[in-house]
Design a protein around this ligand. Sequence first.
Ligand SMILES: [Zn+2]
Length: 142
Amino acid sequence: MPHSNQGSKWIRPEKRLAIYCRDQFTCAYCSRNGHRRRIGNADGGAILTLDHLVAEGGNGAVNLVTCCRSCNSSRKDQTTRQWFARLRERGIDTLAVRQRIRRLTSRSLDRYRKMAETLDPCFVAELRQRASNSWKEEHIYG
Ligand SMILES: [Zn+2]
């Protein structure tokens, strides 16, 4: 039975969705989001994954942020310092990114777990389907 303990390879789907809620379904790095395009959302429809802020930092919510698949595959194994330098080259305000991440990861996940329970099941299924195998590539299973 998988547990979402620190250092474990496992994360429960409920916890993933709670983190997506906390982060407003928005990539921590490039701000693309996973909401449907058809509600007039030009940046919507992103494939959402989770990214470890620090590679060996474990699967605690404080070390996980919502990340689009494009950013996740661009970052690969780069440290935060290396990755943020790349983002700056792309014109992204990494100071703002850093502040937003600090603000979001400092919040307790409890209220977002409750919020995740109220998500439209169709939306959740769509997120999952869109992500397809990407959730496995994060090296977090479940
Ligand atoms: Zn992104």
